[in-house]
Design a protein around this ligand. Structure first.
Ligand SMILES: [Cu+2]
Length: 511
């Protein structure tokens, strides 16, 4: 190495050390009370607590008790992590209800930090959305909170804490929620939640100092988190610990995937075996055999129909294009006692990758692109916050200074989302679904209805939604590390306000 290169590398390493130290410093997560933008807290109009009440009536009521607790969790590969769980497992207790049910969940907090539950993707009353400081106070240690809502739309959902998400979801506070159709289409129905863990975090910090900074400069969109996470899991287990899918030759199953982690995952299926059938709980027009690689963004949920085409043992596995990827593999076998494929099956694939925007939705919100009442240009960028390290910004601001999307009930809202930074940003809207109508200025032939859109560096998407669910709703990056560093805004309905505050004695921290 010549001296110039050594010099540059040292500077990068020093910058990296600064970043790592800062993110681990007590200054980063300050709990001081911060104000939300004007209009959200304004005590005019109606409190969000007084709108959207739902009653059970003669609906069937499904009740669940979820206890947030500390758990020593075995990852199944010999490693044990100190996890935070709902009911003692990662993922938490799986919840299954039927469309039209009235759902009641009693949350009890046995952790020594405040928590909440957000019902990711569920269209529900604002006050049940589980966002501390906006829709409720964080549930304090020893306290309880009851969530109630009607599970209106069948589909794949998940639940997770929205208090300090970058820490709490990372430590295991998440689980699956299925709203089943009254008449089920598939007899076999399985749920897989993908995640990453930083098991050897300290080791990696030592050996990878500067990595984050270098990653930020390298431009594959995810290098920042790849530096931090070393263990990949499926349903809380890694490698050998992952339960096989036992399925007969010729049998078909519905497999529901959710990405609870920080990185996108690309799963490779045996050729011709897979068809994408739903995305963010909306049915899509997938074609069997058109792709055997599925890309799932952080926070996203994708359902596939999978058919076992032979009697051989196979795998559904993460493409081995990133470090530690080989531990994310679901063995597929025809008998309980069958040998799992142990050697590295060739899962390099040239097939086209199916993503969240590959297939159009069966049902649209808008048959034609409408005239908007409100247009909001959302520029996603990265910056440095003076004295606070790396910032992830919306329109050059970090939450809560980001400009809100101000709407009136009934408005048609157009949002142009542009990513001018170097990281991927899976943007998630609470309480609504939007219709993605164009990508990079070109109209989509098959528009798609979703509540999360994965916007990669340089990309631009235009989405439309109907403001038809009064309240104060988050619109944020679901890479929770980016949300933590500012990439959050609020859809703010006129005439309603939140009676809660950020920080304060409840330590409300909605990012
Ligand atoms: Cu992001």
């Amino acid at each position: 190495m010549n001296r110039k290169i050594i010099g540059s590398v040292s500077i990068l390493i020093l910058l990296g050390i600064g970043v790592v130290l800062f993110f681990n410093s007590p200054f980063y997560n300050n709990n001081s009370s911060q104000s939300l933008p004007e209009g959200i807290l304004e005590e005019e109009g109606t409190s969000i607590l007084d709108i959207g009440n739902q009653e059970a009536g003669d609906r069937s009521v499904k009740t669940f008790d979820l206890t947030a607790q500390e758990t020593e969790w075995e990852l199944g590969n010999g490693e044990t992590v100190n996890a935070w769980t709902y009911n003692g497992t990662v993922p938490g207790e799986p919840l299954r209800v039927t469309e039209g049910d009235f759902v009641r969940i009693n949350l009890k907090n046995e952790l020594d930090v405040p928590v909440t539950i957000h019902w990711h993707g569920v269209l529900l009353p604002n006050k049940m959305d589980g966002v501390p400081g906006l829709t409720q106070n964080a549930v304090q240690p020893g306290e309880t909170f009851t969530y109630e809502y009607i599970a209106e739309d069948a589909g794949t959902y998940w639940y997770h804490s929205h208090q300090h998400s970058s820490t709490q979801v990372d430590k295991g506070l998440y689980g699956s929620l299925v709203v089943e159709e009254k008449e089920k289409e598939y007899d076999r129905d399985e749920f897989y939640i993908l995640d990453e863990w930083a098991v050897n975090q300290e080791k990696r910090d030592m050996s990878n100092m500067g990595g984050m900074m270098m990653g930020a400069m390298s431009g594959d969109g995810e290098a920042d988190t790849q530096q931090m996470y070393d263990t990949f899991t499926v349903n809380g287990k890694s490698g050998e610990g992952i339960d096989p899918l036992v399925i007969k030759e010729g049998e078909t199953a519905r497999l529901r995937f959710v990405n609870a982690g920080f990185q996108q995952h690309q799963l490779v299926f045996p050729k011709g075996s897979m068809k994408v059938i739903a995305n963010d709980a909306e049915k899509v027009n997938g074609k069997k055999g058109s792709s055997n690689v599925l890309e799932i963004a952080p926070g996203e949920r994708i359902d596939v129909e999978y058919t076992k085409q032979n009697s051989e043992s196979e795998v559904i596995a993460q493409k081995t294009n990133i470090e530690n990827a080989e531990e994310m593999r679901i063995p597929v076998v025809t008998k309980e006692n069958a040998d799992h494929p142990s050697d590295q099956i060739n899962i390099a694939s040239s097939s086209e990758i199916a993503t969240g925007v590959t297939y159009g939705s069966e049902e649209l919100i808008f048959e034609e692109t409408p005239d908007p009442d409100v247009t909001y240009n959302m520029d996603l960028s990265m910056g440095m916050n003076m004295g606070q390290g790396m910032a992830f910004q919306i329109n050059n601001e970090v939450f809560p200074e980001t400009p809100p999307i101000k709407v009136e009930n009934g408005d048609i809202v157009k949002v142009n989302i542009t990513n001018s930074g170097r990281m991927n940003h899976p943007m998630h809207l609470h309480g609504h679904r939007f219709q993605v109508v164009s990508k990079n200025g070109t109209a989509l032939d098959n528009p798609i209805v979703k509540d999360l859109i994965h916007v990669k560096p340089g990309e631009e998407y235009t989405v439309y939604f109907k403001a038809n669910n009064k309240g104060e709703w988050l619109f944020h990056c679901h890479d929770n590390n980016h949300a933590e560093r500012g990439m959050v805004t609020i859809v703010d309905y006129q005439g309603v306000y939140s009676p809660f505050e950020l920080g304060g004695k409840y330590e409300n921290h909605p990012q």
